[in-house]
Design a protein around this ligand. Sequence first.
Ligand code: ATP
Ligand code: MG
Length: 448
Amino acid sequence: MSENKKIEKIVGVKGMNDILPADAPLWELFENTVHSVLKSYGFQQIRTPIVEPTALFSRGLGEVTDIVEKEMYSFTDSMNGDNLTLRPESTASVVRAALEHNLTYDGPKRLWYAGPMFRHERPQRGRYRQFHQVGAEALGFTGPDIDAELIMMCQRLWDDLGLEDIRLELNSIGDAEERSKHRADLIAYFEQHKELLDTDAQRRLHSNPLRILDTKNPTMQEMVNAAPKLLDYLGEESRAHFEGVQKILNHNNIPFTINPRLVRGMDYYNRTVFEWVTDQLGSQGTVCGGGRYDPLIEMFGGKPTPACGFAMGVERLLELMKASGEQYAPNQCDVYMVHQGDEAQLQSFVLAERLRGAGLDVVLHCASASAGGSFKSQMKKADASGAAFAVILGEDEVKNATATVKTLRAAEGESNQVTISFDGVTDYVVEQIVGDHDHDHDHVHYHP
Ligand code: ATP
Ligand code: MG
């Protein structure tokens, strides 16, 4: 390469974001909260691969869905010709894995997952090409009780995350037979209003008319509002199921509104469908969607196994958390180690290990290109780290087998520096942190 040739910087893929250290504490808090809420309902985690056979999604999600029609990252493995896809969602993967490993052989299973999903959409606020979902799938449960439990689990998660202003919309889309009666009437109705249908709707008129109800096109709203409602077509069993869900929610004071136009993007849903929506995120206001998908497992070649689940969009929920004004202080560590001289450097390694062994987070000053190693510049680093203490080793300390502990956040007028024996430092610092600050050792210092 010639010396004056400019090296072009490679940037990341459009719509796929880096999650930077400044945001990591928020992600961790979210993930830890999710983990403990789902565990408290007896859900077990499942981790499936990010790459799956393309047929899993094209068959599983239905050919006439946004995802399969235009959003999948599909490619051919040039080594062996396999048709593969980066997963756009995880329900199909969880069902595949459950069948492959016969997970429901001894009864129903409550499962959850978290991870990145990939959809080739137009990137905008709340809509990315790599995004993250947390989802739950309850396999093998028939009754409305599990539907209600999944919904209540979401409510608890919003509460634990300190999120308000997320409301629940609920609907039932019945079973296949009920939908086919409704569908015939719906197509007839749309045909009467053909002049109002946009191109998307015209294309779906015969392939997936239910999805037309889901349109965001403002010029179609009025006409769509007056369309035949699936709820009026529900038979006895579907109606009883829907009422069963509502009864449990009402009994537990979970507010909801019934939205007769609510349908879900994927073809495999039946009966209960729900969405959690907020007005605070502009047009990308759905933070979680779910429902029952009784036919899916049989469609995949399994024994008939009723099921219900949801998936939530992590980026949208994190944006809500940020908007809710909660402060989180990402302290890098509890203790910053400052040292001067070769011997002191060696000893500071020893002391840092002891402090870590006692459960503290310790950053040891290391040489860098940007900052000098002077005492002053090290103390600046210590301050910026957010540590409660700087532990300082200089020539005097080494000679006397001591260390100096400096309180970095001492109140005005308080003495903030003590020199104590090298062997006493660990106990002293632990005592100070546990005693004074009620240190919880989860290292994400979130202050509601
Ligand atoms: P939308 O109508 O917004 O496209 P969807 O019906 O495609 O949503 P689901 O497949 O139900 O969404 O996914 C569940 C949740 O995942 C959504 O409610 C949303 O919070 C989140 N989500 C979906 N697509 C994206 C994306 N491209 N970027 C960020 N979050 C997303
Ligand atoms: Mg979508």
